[in-house]
Ligand binder design. Structure first.
Ligand SMILES: *Cc1c(COP(=O)(O)O)cnc(C)c1O
Length: 393
């Protein structure tokens, strides 16, 4: 079945919908039973999408879990109240004191914080690695390396990783391959066909798609699903059916939204490329983006999120650009219908394995569903403010 058809049908089995089009919101804490037999049956099957107790999920969560495994592949999906919770809980489900973890140097900042502050405290050692390391990851694997964590493209700097190359080496050494697959949104990259064991998403972003729900997912293959699910239960992870309903509604338009985000972003990026203020476009579909060849090999398309580096400017002139934006608002998240902008004068601040090669400011854009021409005009005015600020000093 083609991806777009999956997007329409994912999770809509009639056992969850009972005949209506969308799986309904089923709110519950207590589930009541009329006989000992019924209760025993539910208890025996409580990990297996049978109504047992609200924390274990209701038909809304079962439908959404099915939807995510339909989209991404894999054997099952654990749900968390945020993308960050999905990342931390997936890691904690598999590491123990004395283990070693390999974390990509360009990881989402809270992921890195978790390694430095929480994993350190429980005696799990983290080594950061170059996102472009590919099969050379072998040289960093130790006898106690349990997990290799990837995020592709990298946060802000957008390096595309050789996921199948790293996965091949990882599996030769019995390491678990976890991928933060948020950028691909379950559509642009098939994690399990590329050797990933656990694919994690901040569903907060494109799955929900409307900037109104926090949600995380971790989809595991057959080998690791049981352990992931059990640990999610042990940690008391659960999610609201109202949020899941919105996320499932988001999925139905995911394909068309992504296409429009992609088209708009490519238009804006191609325009930026013509501007003399722009040094380099860090968009995976552009040759100038590290890992572009891998992107062409492994991905089916791009979305609205990319970065570019200016060839001039400091904090004050960058602020002049950012402060006057009309359509682009400043915000940390992305994946909604609206355009966002972030400016950064120290992109390499957190890196330890690699050195960020640029001195001038980086701007990260999330290109929304507005008309791209209006967005281009907004950015043109911003670059004018940057230049004016620099000239008037
Ligand atoms: C936003 C984001 C997260 C965290 O998701 P939250 O739902 O905000 O906790 C993790 N990884 C990536 C790549 C993200 O963009």
């Amino acid at each position: 079945m083609k991806k777009q058809t999956k997007i329409v049908n994912a999770g809509r089995d009639s056992k969850w919908t009972r005949g209506v089009v969308n799986p309904p919101v089923e709110r519950a804490s207590t589930v009541v039973f009329n006989s000992v037999k019924e209760m025993k049956h539910a208890t025996a099957n409580r990990g297996n999408q049978v109504l047992f107790y609200g924390r274990r999920g209701t038909s809304t969560s079962f439908a959404f879990q099915d939807a995510m495994t339909d989209l991404e592949g894999g054997a099952g999906c654990a749900l968390y109240p945020s993308g960050t919770a999905a990342i931390t809980n997936a890691i904690l489900a598999f590491v123990e004191t004395g283990d070693h973890l390999l974390m990509v140097d360009t990881a989402y900042e809270p992921t890195r914080d978790f390694c430095d502050k929480v994993l350190t405290r429980i005696g799990v050692e983290t080594t950061y690695y170059d996102p472009l390391i590919g099969k050379d990851i072998k040289s960093l694997i130790k006898p106690n390396t349990k997990v290799i964590f990837l995020e592709s493209p990298g946060s802000n700097s957008m390096e595309v990783q050789d996921v199948p190359g790293i996965a091949e080496v990882a599996h030769q050494h019995n390491c678990i391959v976890m991928l933060d697959n948020t950028w691909a949104a379950g559509v642009l990259f098939d994690p399990f066909k590329h050797g990933v064991d656990i694919s994690i998403q901040a569903a907060t972003k494109y799955i929900v798609g409307h900037s109104d729900v926090m949600l995380g997912t971790a989809v595991a293959n057959e080998k690791y699903w049981e352990q992931l699910r059990e640990n999610s239960y042990l940690m008391g992870q659960c999610t609201s059916p109202d949020d899941l309903y919105l996320a499932m509604r988001g999925i139905r338009t995911l394909g068309v939204r992504l296409k429009q985000h992609e088209e708009n972003a490519l238009k804006v990026a191609n325009w930026l490329k013509t501007r003399e203020e722009v040094d380099v476009i860090l968009h995976p579909a552009f040759e100038s983006c590290p890992g572009h060849e891998i992107f062409k090999r492994d991905f089916t398309g791009s979305n609205g999120l990319f970065s570019f580096v200016l060839n001039r400017g400091d904090q004050a002139s960058l602020n002049a650009l950012l402060d006057g934006m009309h359509h682009f608002k400043m915000g940390y998240s992305w994946g909604g219908f609206e355009s966002l902008i972030l400016g950064n004068t120290n992109t390499g601040r957190l890196r330890t394995a690699t050195k960020w090669p640029y001195e001038n400011p980086l701007i990260r854009l999330h290109i929304g569903l507005e008309d791209a021409d209006d967005l281009i005009e907004d950015l043109a005015n911003g670059l004018d403010r940057l230049n004016t600020h620099l000239q008037n000093r």
